[in-house]
Write a protein that binds this ligand. Structure first.
Ligand code: C2G
Length: 129
């Protein structure tokens, strides 16, 4: 079973690790689409702290990850799912319902986010120190 997930994974934290490990447990191979800097700007109105090449390298080094590619557009999701022969798409439940249209080609699972941690909260915490 091939599992796929997507994200920016900026300022990598324990919530990111937990979703990737849980995603991997749905199959025996995990492919991760790492959002490009420009896609993150269009989604969130700011560029990530770490560049797409740095974020991709961090994700690629994880034991639970088998393959990494750059996600350039949200509109290309169906193409990525087909290209990577995904059997299961896993996302955090902040995306609940948003990818149901792909249930015709793969299983779609939304997992609960790890509470009390986010990239934004971490950046704010560092700023206040
Ligand atoms: N996440 C989590 N717990 C947290 C924070 C994040 O489980 N405390 C999960 C999110 O739900 C997401 C993944 O970690 O599934 C990556 O989160 P982000 O880097 O914020 O990704 P995002 O910018 O939402 O990109 O095509 C979809 C997008 O590219 C997803």
């Amino acid at each position: 079973m091939r599992v796929i997930t997507f994200g920016t994974f900026d300022v990598f934290h324990i919530g990111h690790l937990h979703i990737l490990e849980r995603a991997r447990s749905f199959g025996n191979s995990l492919v991760v689409g790492v959002s490009t800097d420009d896609l993150n700007f269009s989604k969130k109105g700011r560029y990530p702290v770490y560049s797409q090449d740095e974020r991709r390298e961090i994700i690629r080094a994880l034991k639970c990850v088998d393959e990494v590619f750059l996600e350039e557009s949200l509109e290309l999701k169906r193409h990525y799912l087909i290209e990577h022969r995904a059997d299961v798409l896993v996302m955090g439940d902040d995306w609940a319902g948003k990818f149901d249209e792909f249930k015709d080609i793969c299983r779609v699972e939304y997992l609960p986010r790890t509470p009390s941690i986010s990239t934004t909260a971490t950046i704010e915490k560092i700023k206040l120190k």
